[in-house]
Write a protein that binds this ligand. Structure first.
Ligand code: 13P
Ligand code: SF4
Length: 359
């Protein structure tokens, strides 16, 4: 739908009035009406790297979800304020791992005698206190762009320990499983699933001891919707179609796809695709529609029969963006995301380990 011209004019005016004082970051899943005002767009990894790219900006307006704004606050200087235009823009996957639950799982690993073997690896899609837990306990953050390198790093840390390394991976079981099995040469039998809602994660001590990857039972409600049935249907309908999906999709879907990668990878793949080629993309719909609009010479379809936006990403709409920007123009800092100093210091350790990974 076309953006309200009055709001567009107000957003332009506010951005002009703030000039270099504001730096606007936009995740690829944001609405068109918002992403048009981003100084930088990217996937979770690129935005984490770029957050600190404008040290002179007083305000970082983060058009994305809560955990991303927290990471931006951790990675930028204390005198820069990070603003999330709608505080209810959370992430249902990040909410599936709470600190107390992760601590319970950690204690269970120790009780199983694994305290010297285990490394915690958290997906970027997690709260700052979970990242801080990883920082305090020899772990690392990863994104969908670098999960394989982060896992390699984690196993390397324990290469000399008797019994070898094990990874507790949270909150997305699918990214963990897809990376372990498809990129690291592990088997499905090397992975077990820790269910935080069951006592002992629903696992026996023997299961914990026998596994290399202990995967948290979390998932993305958007990417979890794609099915192999639709892949079969599309392959039957369009000869030569390429299936391109995000690694948050289920293992079955990823196995049936031709290519898998982060949102940044998906964009680059479509940019490099042959004119006339046909693609079905399994990721959030704002991005798929934008790719289809930007590449009219390629046939791009969505890998779902229904619409499937990330409802929390979509909470950042033009009215909220304009409200946040106009408040800043008036000197009022609204919706600031400010991680406390102690959490920030430990979370930074885990984030910095990620940023220092090779590649
Ligand atoms: P990336 O930005 O790493 O591709 O992750 C997608 C996602 O679900 C962000 O919430
Ligand atoms: Fe969270 Fe999934 Fe939305 Fe990303 S797409 S913010 S993982 S719910």
């Amino acid at each position: 739908a076309a953006s309200d011209p009055d709001l567009v004019a107000r957003a332009i005016a506010a951005k002009e009035a703030l000039g270099e004082r504001v730096f606007v970051l936009g995740h690829h899943y944001q609405r068109d009406e918002v992403i048009q005002f981003a100084d930088v767009t990217g996937d979770s990894f690129k935005l984490a790297r770029d957050a600190a790219a404008r040290p002179a900006a007083e305000f970082i307006v983060f058009c994305g979800v809560h955990f991303m704004a927290e990471s931006a606050d951790i990675l930028t200087s204390d005198d820069q304020a990070v603003i999330l235009p709608d505080l209810s823009a959370g992430c249902s996957m990040a909410d599936m791992a709470r600190l107390s639950q992760v601590e319970d799982a950690w204690d269970a690993m120790a009780a199983a005698g694994l305290q010297d073997n285990i490394v915690p690896v958290t997906y970027m899609n997690s709260s700052a206190d979970i990242k801080a837990f990883c920082g305090r306990n020899g772990g690392v953050v990863c994104t969908s762009s670098n999960a394989d390198v982060a896992l390699e790093w984690a196993f390397d840390q324990k290469a000399d320990v008797e019994g070898g390394g094990k990874v507790l991976f949270f909150p997305d079981q699918h990214l963990g499983r897809n990376t372990a099995v498809l990129k690291m040469g592990m088997t499905l039998d090397d992975c077990v699933v820790w269910n935080p809602l069951l006592p002992g994660g629903g696992l026996s001590v023997e299961q914990l001891q026998g596994a290399k990857m202990i995967l948290w039972k979390g998932h993305c409600s958007v990417h979890g919707r794609f099915t192999t049935d639709v892949i079969d249907e599309l392959r039957a309908k369009h000869e030569g179609i390429h299936i391109l999906v995000h690694p948050e999709c289920t293992h079955e879907v990823v196995l049936k796809a031709d290519l898998v990668g982060s949102t940044e990878f998906i964009i680059k793949t479509i940019e490099a695709a042959e004119p006339g080629s046909t693609w079905a993309i399994g990721t959030e719909l704002n991005l798929v529609q934008r790719l289809a609009d930007a590449h009219p010479d390629k046939n791009i379809v969505f890998l779902d029969r229904n619409v499937c936006y990330c409802s929390t990403m979509n909470r950042i709409d033009l009215p909220h963006f304009v409200w946040a920007m106009e408040s800043l123009v008036r000197g009022e800092v609204v919706n600031q995301i400010d991680v406390d100093d102690e959490t920030e210091a430990h979370a930074l350790v885990a984030l910095q380990r990620m940023l220092d990974l090779p590649g």
